[in-house]
Ligand binder design. Structure first.
Ligand code: PAF
Length: 281
């Protein structure tokens, strides 16, 4: 595996892969890799004969009161894991390489990035869309793999790639979960033992509401029960619990097409998100 930090070196490595006619798959990450990321890497292997993983903690997608400084950084361990998984390129640019002095561009995807996390975290999806565009232009992959855990992010990226004719296949991989059901996330590292137990209420409450809504129960009532249960386990505030169209993320009050039930809430200092598919019979 080559670990690369500057653009000329990256371009040369990518050119060598393309010269051999190999398809290149990219897994964009912010590091602190866990089994969820490694599942994305495995999926990348199925789509590309060469795999690049980027590690870049992107300052533009963190708000002023968010956890940019505290965000876990473990590049040496991450590199070992990627090497063992047979990754070809680790792209780990510095902030100066990604955003040189004078950088003035912003990619903003309207509509789909405005509700949910876009409302709770102003500017977040502009930051994501801008860095993902840069990563795509830098690495020029044929395919890029993202997790469904960040469901709105995946939807925003699909919209952007279609709107801007980027010509990159976007693959979404189902959320990887711990054995007890908690969605894997780098932010789980912030949870105390007690919080880690309480956090299980997220997948459980979503699963219960999915069953209720799919059986025909009232959507608003099911959502209200999720709010009550999650609050009772110490989550505060709850940024949203919403049933949305699975593609456009428009809010839904009746289950008349494939949907997604999404939640974001804070437990102590840690903001957690999760989501589940809800499908009409
Ligand atoms: O999902 C993430 O880890 C990040 O949002 C991404 C896609 C790597 C962009 O910084």
């Amino acid at each position: 595996m080559q670990t690369l930090r500057d653009l000329p070196a990256l371009r040369a490595a990518v050119a060598a892969i393309k010269a051999k006619g190999k398809a290149l798959a990219l897994v964009p990450t912010m590091g602190a890799l866990h089994d969820g990321h490694m599942a994305l890497v495995e999926e990348a292997r199925r789509h590309g004969r060469a795999v690049a993983v980027s590690i870049f903690v992107n300052p533009k997608q963190f708000g002023p009161n968010e956890d940019l400084d505290a965000y876990p950084r473990r590049e040496a361990k991450d590199a070992q894991m990627l090497q063992a998984a047979g990754v070809d390129i680790l792209w780990a640019p510095t902030v100066e390489v990604m955003y040189p002095a004078g950088f003035a561009s912003n990619i903003s995807i309207s509509g789909i990035s405005e509700g949910l996390d876009g409302a709770a975290r102003p500017g977040h999806f502009d930051g994501v869309a801008t860095v993902v565009t840069k990563l795509f232009n830098q690495v020029r992959p044929d395919v890029a793999i993202f997790g469904e855990k960040d469901f709105q992010q995946l939807a925003v990226i699909r919209r952007m790639v279609a709107d801007l004719d980027m010509g990159i296949e976007i693959v979404g991989l189902p959320t990887q979960r711990a054995q007890d059901g908690l969605a894997l996330s780098s932010r789980n590292a912030y949870l105390s033992e007690e919080e880690r137990k309480a956090a299980l209420v997220l997948p459980r409450a979503l699963g219960e509401a999915k069953r209720q809504i799919e059986k025909g129960e009232d959507v608003a009532a099911a959502i209200s029960r999720v709010r009550t249960t999650v609050s009772a386990h110490g989550f505060d505030p709850i940024d949203y619990v919403t049933l949305c169209d699975a593609v456009s993320l428009e809010p839904m009050t009746v289950l008349d097409r494939p949907a997604r039930l999404l939640i974001a809430a804070k437990l102590g200092k840690t903001r957690l998100i999760d989501n589940i598919a809800v499908d009409p019979a």
